[in-house]
Design a protein around this ligand. Structure first.
Ligand code: SF4
Length: 698
């Protein structure tokens, strides 16, 4: 099929999914131009502008690799041999240990079609319950909280354009100026119209520096902060009693839970001053419209669900959700962080955001798949529990992994890498030889974003068509072709189409009637330029850009306020580990860095990890700016260059997480899990810094 040039598509990276056009350059690459679009407003960040460098960049895999023995090197093999070896490894593991001896691990960057096919492959072909994905590390706390409070989980329940129209924003734990720069144009529009911005972050990030008010709490204390703000809102008569009575339940219990969070106590626990607390709540209370937006800073904790609930409580008490240019929302991180969690690659989920434990949901999806509902497995382990159960962890002995690099991105990564290395069979589908792929028995080289068509669901629940702009290199296959090839070898010669539109049409039927209903969305409608936010139950439906206008998605239509309390830290600082460590992203790299570290322009701009240290702390430790130091926690250590800056609290250090080896932030992070979402505690643990001997410090 000839393509109309330039090809209208979207960026391969984050959940903003900025619009771009690609013009093939005739040498296997493409030229990027920005397109106008309501979310990105004609903008791209440097990652987007350089994204075509991925197509021809160094390290691209173009032939399958396999080892002749566990200790042998990875060597080129044919596709048939690679798929035969992978299928044989899977079959042998299941003969020894049954269906759950094989696990599947997906990713939040996979298209909706791939996420759907991964879940179906696991449940139908492998009949394993052991399937989860790296989105568990991204969005799961916000998802669980939104389901509890509102009855549905859609990152932003309103279009991004509403952000520019609101009077006041409370932005918690997000550094959009670096992680999704075009988002700043919405904040600029809001500011130019006289709006106010409050940012909550332990670091004075570029986003915080642009705010009218920056609250800089100790990492891990956002819940106390939110309860303290609600305490003040109640005390100052700012809550919306009529709204609470008409549209919610649970306020009385929440009021009681917040009663003990008086300002002086909040200041003692969080470090945020009483005047700043009062200023924040008065800004929110005086606004004619307002939004509370949370992100990973609030969510990636062993009490992440409760922390998000504390902020949904605040938003509901102020009467915001469902009102014009107002509400609570979550800023999704990964490119398909939203769609990736709706269509079945999560351990407890079937397509359409259905529960795998619900008999009616099982019957519906089994009918679409042409299998007996009783043959579908039940819920499996969550991502970190699955990774730690692998191999000599006593769980699955074989793993099929797509679109993820957990050796860099999982918490307590040293232990995760040990478990992965102990598998009897590891099959990795990836476009480069990532740190995880290097441990594989079979590596399958796959196509990337511009080389295949598929849909993504952005942070506002809008489904987007990412069109193929050029053919993949010779020797490369799509993930859908990989799954079809494995399915065929494992006894399923049909049922796994390789055409994305055919997969999407099946997904539509599987999602019909579910919470994330895509039945009315089609590739053709998207190609025609329609803006379609789910739920979109029929082909005549315009979709649902704004949720909750009349009712919430709970059984009685009311939103739920849930009493929550700040827990004791799971890993308090002490004499051995006296610092709070927090982790996050920087502007020039993305996630595990498997892609962006191979883009020369990005890597030249940000070639290595670092640890941010406040000048007072640097002086106390006797370390200089740029000196290499050892950062340690109870799980491991990393060797990092210091970046001495007063933008971070003096009791806190920050490390970005885009690198492996000795620079791996996740050698340090804590894998204590949230009891509900099973989100690890990426955002806070206890750490120490030691000087290295002179040679190593250079
Ligand atoms: Fe791509 Fe995100 Fe940058 Fe937009 S903000 S260009 S989607 S990485």
């Amino acid at each position: 099929m000839s393509l109309a040039l330039p090809v209208a598509t979207h960026c391969p990276y984050c959940a903003l999914q900025c619009a771009m056009a690609l013009t093939p350059d005739g040498r296997g690459g493409a030229v990027v131009t920005a397109r106008d679009f309501p979310t990105s407003r004609g903008g791209l960040c440097r990652k987007g502008w350089t994204s075509a460098d991925l197509l021809t960049g160094p390290g691209r895999l173009t032939t399958p690799l396999a080892r002749a023995s566990k200790t042998g090197p990875l060597l080129p093999v044919s596709w048939d041999d690679a798929l035969d070896l992978a299928a044989a490894g899977i079959r042998a593991a299941q003969e020894r240990g049954g269906p759950d001896a094989v696990a599947v691990f997906g990713g939040g960057g996979l298209t909706n079609e791939k996420a759907y096919a991964v879940g179906k492959f696991a449940r139908v072909v492998l009949r394993t319950s052991q399937v989860d994905y790296n989105g568990r590390f991204c969005m799961s706390s916000a998802a669980a909280a939104a389901n509890r409070a509102f009855g549905v989980d859609r990152g932003l329940p309103f279009p991004l354009e509403d952000v520019g129209a609101t009077d006041c924003i409370l932005l918690v734990g997000s550094n959009v100026a670096e992680t999704m720069p075009p988002f700043m144009s919405h904040l600029a529009r809001q500011h130019d119209a006289g709006g106010r911005l409050i940012v909550v972050d332990p670091r004075r990030t570029p986003t915080a520096a642009a705010a009218d008010l920056h609250l800089q709490p100790q990492p891990g204390t956002d819940l106390a902060l939110a309860n303290g703000l609600l305490h003040l809102a109640i005390a100052e008569g700012l809550v919306d009693r009529d709204y609470l009575a008409a549209r919610t339940t649970g306020f009385d219990d929440v009021r009681a839970a917040c009663a003990s969070w008086w300002p002086a106590r909040v200041e003692r626990v969080t470090g945020v001053s009483e005047p700043d607390l009062r200023a924040a709540v008065r800004m929110l209370g005086a606004a004619s419209s307002a939004m509370v937006l949370t992100a990973r800073g609030a969510e990636q904790h062993s009490h992440g669900v409760d922390t998000v609930l504390a902020f949904t409580n605040l938003a509901l008490a102020l009467g915001l959700p469902g009102r014009p240019a107002s509400g609570w929302g979550c800023l999704t991180g990964q490119g398909n962080g939203q769609g990736g969690r709706e269509h079945g690659q999560k351990a407890d989920q079937l397509p359409g955001y259905r529960s795998i434990s619900d008999p009616a949901a099982r019957a519906h999806v089994a009918a679409v798949w042409g299998v007996d509902p009783d043959d579908l497995p039940g819920p499996g382990r969550s991502a970190q529990e699955l990774l730690l159960a692998l191999g000599d962890g006593g769980g699955p002995e074989a793993l099929l992994l797509l679109g993820s690099n957990p050796v860099v991105s999982a918490p307590n990564a040293r232990l995760v890498a040990q478990r992965i290395a102990s598998l009897s069979c590891l099959v990795v589908a990836d476009l480069v030889l990532s740190e995880t792929a290097r441990l594989a028995d079979v590596v399958l080289p796959t196509a990337q974003w511009a080389e295949e068509t598929g849909t993504m669901t952005n942070l506002e629940g809008r489904v987007l068509l990412r069109r193929k702009a050029l053919d993949p290199p010779e020797g490369v296959r799509t993930d859908l072709e990989v799954l079809a090839g494995l399915a065929e070898r494992l006894g399923w010669p049909t049922g796994f189409p390789t055409d994305a539109e055919a997969v999407f049409d099946e997904l539509r039927r599987a999602s019909a009637g579910g919470r994330a209903d895509y039945a009315g969305i089609s590739h053709a409608r998207l190609a025609g330029g329609e803006a379609l936010h789910w739920p979109c139950p029929t082909v005549d439906s315009p979709g649902t850009p704004r949720l909750f206008l009349d009712r919430f998605a709970t059984a009685d239509g009311r939103a739920v306020l849930v009493p929550v309390d700040q827990p004791e830290p799971t890993e308090p600082v002490d004499d051995d580990y006296p610092l709070h460590l927090t982790t996050g992203r920087i502007a020039m790299q993305y996630q595990s860095g498997a892609q962006t570290r191979r883009v020369v322009a990005l890597n030249d701009a940000a070639p290595h990890a670092f640890v941010e240290v406040h000048p007072h702390l640097a002086e106390r430790l006797g370390v200089l700016d740029g000196e290499r130091v050892k950062v340690s926690t109870r799980r491991g250590e990393a060797w990092l260059r210091t970046r001495v800056t007063d933008t971070v609290r003096s009791d806190t250090v920050f490390v970005p997480f885009h690198w492996g080896g000795k620079q791996r932030a996740n050698s340090l992070t804590d894998d204590e899990l949230d009891p509900v979402s099973r989100m690890p505690s990426f955002k806070v643990c206890a750490a120490r810094i030691d000087r290295l001997h002179a040679d190593a410090a250079r």
